[in-house]
Design a protein around this ligand. Structure first.
Ligand code: TRP
Length: 367
């Protein structure tokens, strides 16, 4: 198996090693040119390819684009929110936003029917995007299975620029279903640059590092294609770990907080989360917590505390042993309760907008 498998189990950590091995640039050098976002201040966004060129173009007032996609695989949770927060950031920076619902990929690689994928995307994904603040008005949103003939034709034509060896080295002898999904994704990534969408133009793709194999090959396709494309830039975020430690997984509800979780569920999940607290009170007071191994602190840092000095104060108190795990959990529970209740209302408000959007933009007939 290749070191990074976009369809395998997500491997959390070892980011430095992978960056060096695959030539991903550290974010630090360009961080001051990006908006002041907690993901950047906290190293949650850690690396990129080709962002210098993208940011220069933005500086020069050129038209720029952002594209990303999510494969529908279950409940929409706080791990997914990391991508949506970034979409909002680029929308605010003035990028044209394209969003893919990867139903062909879900069908080919996860055995999810197009029908189930559609329902998940509308009920879970779109509704939560809008509730999180996405303005669908200026977004090119589409299902892969409805991408349009030119998009689908191009995804097949791109195959010409890649070899069997490249595919095997990148994906580890991919099945036909994976090859079809990968080709689809190259077209997704280059879509904002199609002539009918005003391309070519600099494009950024915010993703988890598991998607880097697709980015590498799309950059290769962009270079070789007869059409004029900018090589897409990419920017990588760390994965949130599961609440119990290890990976966050759509198939294990205890590992994530869904944006539709009730306050009771949320509190119970936090109660059962893995912390960096010590076994006895005495030991905790003496050594302090191991903050790096604390999933509740991770939750605060990724999503629940915007103010750096507030987060730092908590870190110091917790690391010194002054604050106990139970107290940390209490803070997280309250913040999350506030977020989930407000989000629930925003989701109710979003429903009508999403319904109308779907009516106007999604073909009702399935393939
Ligand atoms: N493969 C991505 C996932 O597993 C989904 C996806 C499809 C995507 N097309 C894309 C992501 C284009 C970024 C850009 O979630």
């Amino acid at each position: 198996m290749p070191e990074i498998d976009p369809w395998g189990d997500v491997e959390v950590g070892e980011y430095r090693e992978k960056m060096e091995k695959f030539g991903i640039e550290p974010i630090e050098e360009i961080a001051d040119k990006l908006p002041d976002h907690r993901y950047i201040r906290r190293g949650i966004i850690f690396g990129h390819r080709g962002m210098d060129e993208y940011l220069d173009a933005l500086d020069d007032g050129e038209d720029v684009a952002m594209i990303t996609g999510i494969m529908p695989s279950g409940m929409f949770h706080l791990g997914h929110k990391i991508v949506v927060d970034q979409v909002l950031m680029y929308q605010e920076m003035g990028a044209d936003v394209t969003l893919t619902a990867a139903d062909i990929e879900a069908h080919n690689t996860r055995g999810i029917s197009l029908e189930d994928a559609r329902e998940m995307v509308i009920e879970q994904y779109l509704t939560n995007y809008v509730a999180l603040g996405l303005d669908l008005e200026n977004v090119d949103f589409y299902f892969q299975s409805q991408a349009g003939n030119d998009h689908l034709a191009r995804s097949k034509l791109f195959a010409k620029h890649l070899t069997r060896n490249e595919m095997d080295a990148t994906y580890g002898e991919p099945s036909p279903g994976k090859i079809a999904s990968a080709l689809m994704q190259y077209a997704d990534i280059l879509r904002p640059q199609f002539p009918e969408n005003g391309g070519p133009k600099p494009t950024v793709v915010p993703v988890g590092i598991d998607q880097d194999p697709h980015i590498r090959l799309t950059r290769e396709v962009a270079r070789k294609a007869s059409q004029d494309f900018y090589k897409p830039a990419s920017i990588y975020n760390k994965f949130m770990r599961g609440l119990q430690g290890g990976k966050m997984s759509s198939s294990d509800p205890k590992s994530y907080i869904a944006l539709t979780d009730s306050v009771e569920e949320e509190k119970q999940k936090i109660d059962e989360a893995k912390t960096g607290g010590r076994d006895t009170l005495e030991e905790h007071r003496e050594k302090g917590a191991d903050v790096e191994e604390d999933m509740v602190f991770e939750l605060l840092a990724f999503h629940l505390i915007e103010d750096d000095s507030e987060l730092e104060r908590i870190r110091e108190e917790y690391e010194s042993g002054e604050m106990l795990s139970g107290e940390l959990k209490q803070i997280a529970k309250e913040k999350l309760e506030e977020f989930l209740l407000a989000h629930k209302e925003r989701r109710e408000d979003a429903r009508e907008e999403v319904e109308q959007f779907v009516e106007e933009n999604v073909e009702s007939e399935l393939v």
